[in-house]
Design a protein around this ligand. Structure first.
Ligand code: GLN
Ligand code: ZN
Length: 770
C-alpha cells in the first residue's frame, strides 16, 4: 500500500566497503594517489552509500553527511572559516582542508602548521574538529557541498534529504579563538551566520530538494534551554526560504526546550527515542496541537543490537493514535556513523550471534521494515525479527550465576583501601623507595613494525606460542634495558603484546565477541573496532601477570603493572542493552580486581589502572551526573581496593577537561594519577590546587602527540610552574600519555631530557607551600 508512514535515517558510516575511504584518504596523504583519484574514490563511496540506503527501502536518504575528514570541519571550511595560519601556508584548497584537520609539517617547503583542536562529539567516541572563531570571523558560502552532493545523488536518480548541522549547534561546537576577548562566544556570531544558511537553503530549494535536515543535537544539553530566542531568530529566518525543515536532536532528551521548539516554524522534529523513551509522551503532548511531524528515532544509531521491532511498533502506534499517520515518521536515534557498516562481511560470528546484531545496513532495513509494518505490511524482516529477539532473550536468561551473585554481594568495604592515603604512602615509600620527583611513563613504548608483524604472525598461526612469547620477552627486555639506561625510576614493560588497550582485555575475558570488520570512525581516517559485550563478564585466568612478572624479573627497579580500567573497557565497547552499564562495569571491575591482586601477589608493587574514558562517559545532562559518577568511581575503586597498603595504585586520564568532575577524581583515591596537561591546562592544575588534591599527581610534562622533542629547560620550566600550584612532594614526572605511536629516536631523546629535568628539580625545587 502507499505507505503513509515514511522512514528516514539521520546519517550513515563514511568508511565504505573494505574501508575504501580510509585507504583513499591515506593514499592521498602518502602521495600514492592524486587529488582527482581521491575525488573519484569519494564519489564512488557516496554512490555506494546512497544505493545501499535506497535498496534497504529507506524513504529519506541523507546527502551531504559524507566527509573526507569530519563534518564539522566541512562546515567551517564551506563557510570560509579558514584561520590565517592555514591561509598563509599557500596550500591547495584540499590540502588546506586536511591541514585544518590534522596539521601539516614539511620542513623543506617551510610548512609548519598545527591542526585545529579536536573534541569529543557529545558522549560518543567520535571526534569533531573545532575551528577557531573570533569576533571578526566572517562567513561566506565558499563551497556548497550540500548542493553539490544533492545534485550528485539526483544525477544517479536518487532523491536525498540534505543534512547539515543547524546554525546554533554549529556555533556551540566550534572553538573560541585563544586571542578572542574573554566574554566572546562563537554563538555571538549567529547574526552573521544566518544569511549563509538562508543562502544554502535557497540553493537547495532551487535545485529541487523537498526538505532539509538540520541537526541540532546541542538541544539535548542544559545550556540550550537558555537559547530559545536564538532558535526563534535563526529558524524564523530559515523558514522564510520555504524549504521544509526537519530539526533533529540526538544523544539525549530535549527536556524543557520542547517548549520553544514547539513554537519554531519547522516541518518535522526528530527525537532520540532509543536513548530516552521517557520523553515521547511529553513531546507528543506538547506538539499535539501544532502541525509538526514527529520523527521517532527508534532504531539505535549508537548500539549494534537488533531492534525489538514489535516493541518499537507499540511506541509508534501510540504516536500515530495521538498525531495521525501523516504526522509520524520512523528514524534512527542518531546518525549511523557510530555503528559498523554491515554484518554481511562478518564470517567468523556464529549464526546465533549474527541473529542478535544489526549494523548500519541492517538498521536501514529495520527502519524500513518498521515503517512498512506500521503501514500494514509485515515484511520477512519484521517476522524474522520477532524470532531473533526471542532467541536473544533466551540467551540473556542464561546468565552466569556466579558473576551475578558476586556483583550482588559487593559490600561498601570492597570499595575501600585498608588505610587512608598518608598511611599507604609510607608503606609504599618503604617498598618502592622512589626519589622525590620520581620519573615514570604511562605504559606503552613505541610499537615498532617488528612487534606488529610478530603479533600478526602469531594470530595467523605462523608463529608458535613459544616463538611469539620469546619475541615479546625480547622486546620487553629491550624496553626495560632502555629505561634503566635512561635512569627512569618506576619502569613499565612497554605493552608490546597489546593490539589495543580495550580489545586486549576483551579477548581474554569471558563475555565479549569481536568483529572482523566492524570499524567505527573515531576521527579523520582513524577507525576502531569496539568489542561487543554479549554476556556476563568474568576472567578465566590471569591476563597480564606473565608479562609483568617477566619484566620485573629482568630489573631490580620497581615495575609498574598496566591494566585498562572497567569504565574505559565498557565505554570503548558496545555494551549489552539488557542489563545496565552499572552492572556491566561492576562485572568488569571484579574481573580486574582479581588481576590486580594477582599482580600484587606476583611481586608487582605498583599497578596502573587506566581510565582515559571516564570523562567521556559523563551524561550530557547535569542531573544525570551523580548517578554515573557514583557507579563509575565505585567500579574503579572496586577494581583497585583488593591490595595491601604497600601496593601503589596509579591511574591515568587523558583527552579531557576534568575541572568539572574534579571531586570525583579525588574520590577514585588512586595513590598516583597522571593527566594530560597541555598548555591550557595550567588552569586545570589551578583547580587541583584550589580543591587541594591530596594524593600524588603527574601532570604530563610534554605532549606525546607530536614528534617534537622537548628540551630539558622546557621540562624544568613546567615543573617549576607545576610546583607553584601543587605540593612538590606529590609531583611525579611523566609524559602526558602512552608512547606507542612515537618513534624510538624522539622517545629516547625526550625521556633523557625528562630524567635530567627531574634530577634538576630534586636539587632546585624545594617544598614551598603553594
Ligand atoms: N597505558 C596506555 C598506554 O600507555 C594508556 C593509553 C591511553 O591513555 N589512552 O598506551
Ligand atoms: Zn593517555
Amino acid at each position: 500500500m502507499a505507505g503513509a508512514i515514511k522512514s528516514a535515517i539521520l546519517g550513515y558510516p563514511r568508511v565504505g566497503t573494505n574501508r575504501a575511504a580510509k585507504k583513499a584518504i591515506e593514499g592521498y596523504w602518502a602521495g600514492k594517489i592524486s587529488e582527482q583519484e581521491l575525488q573519484d574514490a569519494a564519489k564512488a563511496i557516496r554512490k555506494e552509500r546512497w544505493e545501499s540506503i535506497k535498496n534497504a527501502g529507506v524513504d529519506y536518504i541523507p546527502s551531504g553527511d559524507w566527509t573526507l575528514y569530519d563534518s564539522l570541519l566541512d562546515h567551517s571550511f564551506n563557510f570560509n572559516v579558514v584561520p590565517e595560519r592555514f591561509v598563509k601556508q599557500g596550500l591547495s584548497p584540499l590540502d588546506t582542508y586536511f591541514a585544518m584537520g590534522r596539521g601539516r609539517q614539511d620542513r623543506e617547503k617551510g610548512i609548519d602548521v598545527a591542526a585545529n583542536e579536536m573534541g569529543k562529539f557529545f558522549d560518543s567516541n567520535y571526534h569533531i574538529v573545532k575551528v577557531d572563531h573570533s569576533p571578526n570571523t566572517e562567513f561566506k558560502l565558499a563551497r556548497n557541498q550540500w548542493l553539490d552532493e544533492y545534485k550528485e545523488a539526483k544525477d544517479l536518480g536518487i532523491e536525498t534529504r540534505p543534512v547539515a548541522f543547524g546554525p546554533i549547534t554549529y556555533l556551540a561546537l566550534v572553538r573560541k579563538s585563544r586571542d578572542a576577548p574573554a566574554d566572546f562566544k562563537p554563538l555571538d556570531l549567529l547574526d552573521k551566520l544566518i544569511p549563509v544558511y538562508v543562502e544554502l537553503l535557497k540553493s537547495l530549494k532551487e535545485a529541487g530538494a523537498k526538505e532539509v535536515q538540520l541537526d541540532e543535537p546541542i538541544l539535548v544539553t542544559d545550556a540550550a534551554e537558555q537559547w530559545g530566542d536564538l532558535y526563534k531568530k535563526a529558524y524564523s529566518a530559515l523558514a522564510e526560504v520555504g524549504l521544509p525543515i526537519t530539526l533533529t536532536t540526538a544523544y539525549g532528551r530535549v527536556g524543557k526546550s520542547i517548549d520553544f521548539i514547539n513554537d519554531l516554524p519547522i516541518s518535522a522534529f526528530h527525537i532520540d527515542v532509543n536513548r530516552e523513551p521517557g520523553q515521547v509522551d511529553e513531546v507528543i503532548s506538547k506538539i499535539k496541537d501544532s502541525k509538526i511531524i514527529l520523527e521517532l528515532g527508534l532504531i539505535s544509531g549508537r548500539n549494534i543490537w537488533k531492534n525489538d521491532l514489535k516493541a518499537s511498533k507499540e511506541i509508534a502506534d501510540k504516536a500515530v493514535s495521538e498525531l495521525g499517520a501523516d504526522r509520524v515518521r520512523i528514524s534512527t536515534s542518531s546518525s549511523l556513523l557510530h555503528t559498523p557498516l554491515t554484518l554481511k562481511v562478518e564470517t567468523k560470528l556464529t549464526p546465533e550471534q549474527v541473529s542478535w546484531l544489526s549494523f548500519a545496513d541492517e538498521k536501514c532495513a529495520e527502519v524500513a521494515a518498521l515503517a512498512a509494518a506500521l503501514n500494514g505490511e509485515e515484511t520477512e524482516i519484521y517476522k524474522q525479527n520477532g524470532k531473533d529477539i526471542e532467541s536473544r532473550r533466551e540467551f540473556e536468561r542464561k546468565s552466569d550465576p556466579a558473576v551475578r551473585d558476586r556483583v550482588a554481594a559487593i559490600k561498601e568495604e570492597d570499595l575501600k583501601r585498608k588505610n587512608p592515603f598518608p598511611v599507604r604512602r609510607e608503606a609504599q615509600q618503604k617498598k618502592l623507595n622512589l626519589p622525590k620527583f620520581p620519573t615514570t611513563t604511562i605504559g606503552s613504548f613505541p610499537q615498532t613494525k617488528e612487534i606488529r608483524v610478530a603479533r600478526a604472525k602469531f594470530g595467523k598461526g605462523d608463529l608458535t606460542k613459544e616463538q611469539y612469547e620469546t619475541a615479546m620477552e625480547n622486546e620487553i627486555k629491550n624496553v626495560v634495558d632502555i629505561q634503566e639506561r635512561l635512569d627512569l625510576d618506576l619502569l613499565v614493560h612497554g605493552e608490546p603484546e597489546r593490539n589495543d588497550m580495550v580489545q586486549y582485555f576483551g579477548e581474554q575475558l569471558n563475555g565479549f565477541i569481536f568483529t572482523q570488520l566492524g570499524w567505527v570512525q573515531s576521527y579523520g581516517s582513524r577507525y576502531v573496532r569496539p568489542p561487543i559485550v554479549v554476556s556476563d563478564v568474568s576472567r578465566p585466568e590471569p591476563m597480564t601477570v606473565r608479562w609483568s612478572s617477566y619484566a620485573q624479573s629482568v630489573s631490580k627497579k620497581p615495575m609498574k603493572g598496566m591494566l585498562t580500567g572497567p569504565v574505559t573497557i565498557l565505554n570503548w565497547s558496545f555494551p549489552r542493552a539488557d542489563i545496565s552499564k552499572e552492572v556491566q562495569a561492576k562485572q568488569l571491575a571484579l574481573a580486574l580486581r582479581d588481576e590486580v591482586v594477582d599482580l600484587a601477589n606476583a611481586g608487582i608493587s605498583a599497578i596502573q589502572v587506566d581510565e582515559p574514558a571516564i570523562r567521556e562517559g559523563l551524561p550530557l545532562r547535569k542531573e544525570d551526573w551523580d548517578n554515573y559518577l557514583k557507579w563509575a568511581v565505585d567500579s574503579f575503586r572496586l577494581s583497585t581496593s583488593g591490595v595491601e597498603d604497600e601496593t601503589q595504585i596509579h591511574s591515568h586520564f587523558c583527552y579531557s577537561d576534568f575541572g568539572d568532575i574534579f571531586p570525583h577524581i579525588q574520590r577514585l583515591d588512586a595513590d598516583v594519577i597522571s593527566i594530560e596537561a597541555s598548555k591550557a591546562d595550567l588552569k586545570l592544575l589551578q583547580t587541583f590546587a584550589e580543591h587541594g588534591y591530596s594524593n600524588e599527581i603527574g601532570p604530563g610534562v610534554y605532549d606525546i602527540h607530536s614528534p617534537r622533542v622537548p628540551s630539558q629547560q622546557e621540562i624544568q620550566d613546567r615543573l617549576v610552574e607545576f610546583a607553584k600550584v601543587i605540593n612538590p612532594d606529590l609531583l611525579v614526572v611523566n609524559p602526558d600519555c602512552g608512547l606507542k605511536t612515537r618513534a624510538w629516536k624522539e622517545t629516547e631523546e625526550s625521556l633523557t631530557n625528562l630524567v635530567a629535568a627531574a634530577k634538576w628539580a630534586r636539587e632546585n625545587i624545594k617544598a614551598q607551600t603553594p
